[in-house]
Design a protein around this ligand. Sequence first.
Ligand SMILES: Cc1cc2nc3c(=O)[nH]c(=O)nc-3n(C[C@H](O)[C@H](O)[C@H](O)COP(=O)(O)O)c2cc1C
Length: 166
Amino acid sequence: MESEGLKLLKTRRSIRSFEDRPIEDEILTEIFEACRYCMSAVNRQPWEFYVIRNKELIKKIAAECTTGPFAAGAPVLVVLVGDKEIQPNWYVQDLSFISLQLALAAWTFGIGTCWIGRINRDTVKEILGLKEKDHVLTVLPLGYPKGEIPDPRPRKNLKEFVKYLD
Ligand SMILES: Cc1cc2nc3c(=O)[nH]c(=O)nc-3n(C[C@H](O)[C@H](O)[C@H](O)COP(=O)(O)O)c2cc1C
């Protein structure tokens, strides 16, 4: 029998279209609370979340998301920022892990997100008044999915990537 945890991992999808419906404060807090438990190198936790709900600012940031213009339609954007001073060696990994933690925590509430790769990071930094030491890893739009949840994308089968060496 499949555990709830495995079901969560297997049913999550990238969501690029969102209902025009706010995310409840308590739910947002629960999602962020779950992020506190993310792994990080030497437990330095070199992250900050900039949470944006102002529609004008959402539009402004979304306009800098080259491969994620759909962020404009989300009720919440979370800009994930890594502190290169706190963790110069592993901030990318740490921030990547917490992005997944956030995505999975959100999914438990039926809230979707999508990683955005191409972003004008310097401009986003400027808009948010961030410092030199800050690295914008990604912008995660959060919202209740609009329409059908997408089918799973094609996946490699185990034989293609699991190599037993015994
Ligand atoms: C590092 C990374 C960068 C990504 N960049 C984008 C992006 O710029 N725009 C986008 O629409 N999706 C982006 N995605 C989402 C992937 O396309 C998606 O995760 C993949 O197709 C698998 O689909 P699934 O997340 O629904 O399982 C990115 C995902 C990752 C992990």
